[in-house]
Design a protein around this ligand. Structure first.
Ligand SMILES: [Zn+2]
Length: 145
């Protein structure tokens, strides 16, 4: 029992020693590598930041300002009523529509609350809807049929 234990300990010690040397060698080798690696990481981080900022914009159809908070504030402004059919918001959240269909144009004047079915409707006759919504309160004469 005692012998085998001490053998084990010796083996462990030897193994550990061997590892130590290997580790040291790797460390020495890895120093240059890690220096370069660090540089690469910092470059990648810088690149990534730029990527997140601009790439996020190009991949994501909505601009950075397009948040739930913004949409919520538009719904609130429109009293949670569809600005086309006057349907109040019920279980399903009303959509917030971009009047000029430019999803990057997130100024409140370009945003309007629509129920889901009206939001679907305005995907057709776009030019007419733009004219309609751009008139104050929506001129019924320009309302597309
Ligand atoms: Zn509606």
């Amino acid at each position: 029992m005692y012998n085998s234990n001490s053998k084990k300990t010796q083996f462990k010690k030897g193994n550990h020693f061997g590892r130590k040397i290997k580790k040291g060698q790797k460390l020495a080798l890895g120093y240059k590598h890690s220096k370069e690696h660090n540089r690469k990481i910092s470059e990648a981080e810088r690149g990534e930041k730029g990527h997140n900022w601009q790439g996020g914009k190009s991949f994501e159809p909505y601009s950075i300002d397009w948040t739930d908070t913004l949409r919520q504030s538009i719904r609130e402004r429109d009293h949670y009523i569809c600005q086309l059919c006057n349907k109040p918001q019920c279980n399903r959240l009303h959509s917030v529509h971009h009047i000029d269909y430019d999803k990057k144009n997130c100024c409140p004047e370009n945003l309007i609350t629509l129920c889901v079915s009206c939001n679907f409707k305005v995907n057709f006759n776009r030019e007419k809807w733009i004219n309609y919504f751009k008139k104050p309160k929506g001129d019924p004469e320009t309302k597309p049929s």
